[in-house]
Design a protein around this ligand. Structure first.
Ligand code: CMP
Length: 142
């Protein structure tokens, strides 16, 4: 499997629950390495830029409001098959549909407050990583 990088965000609900450590433990135990981290509190406008791809969706305004409601932890993860592996560890977007043992099944309350975000493709991972991090912030662990 190819080595990839992907963006993970621990969302305001999971930061508020103090489960940052539990989420990162799952990444590390499954072969993903953290190569950059940034805690920040986005404005609604910044959240809107990050999620611009969803701007026509009915949930866009609520999504931007939620993502700017408190601090988040953005991370770059590196490892074999990182994009899909991260998505498997997160579970389905709607926690009601998330498989047992996934991050969302264990920590998410609703489709909006769903604990984590992860890039959905290698192409989007590149775009999302560069939203939060510059080249000098990325410290390969290979
Ligand atoms: P995320 O992976 O961060 O990508 C976009 C977010 O929009 C998603 O997680 C959900 O938290 C949120 N969202 C709210 N309603 C929906 C929906 N119907 N379909 C997909 N995403 C939704």
């Amino acid at each position: 499997m190819a080595i990839q990088r992907t963006l993970s965000i621990i969302k305001p609900d999971a930061v508020a629950k103090n489960v940052i450590g539990d989420i990162i433990r799952r990444f590390e135990e499954n072969g993903l390495s953290v190569i950059a981290t940034r805690m920040t509190h986005l404005s609604a406008k910044q959240a809107g830029r990050f999620y611009a791809v969803h701007k026509e969706r009915p949930f866009y305004k609520d999504l931007c409001g939620f993502m700017s409601s408190g601090p988040i932890l953005a991370m770059t993860l590196e490892g074999s098959n990182a994009v899909n592996l991260n998505r498997q560890l997160m579970g389905a977007t709607n926690p009601k549909e998330a498989e047992e043992g996934t991050i969302r099944a264990d920590h998410a309350n609703s489709i909006d407050a769903n604990a984590v975000h992860g890039s959905d493709s290698e192409e989007n991972a590149g775009i999302e990583i560069s939203f939060f991090f510059g080249d000098l912030d990325l410290n390969s662990r290979l």
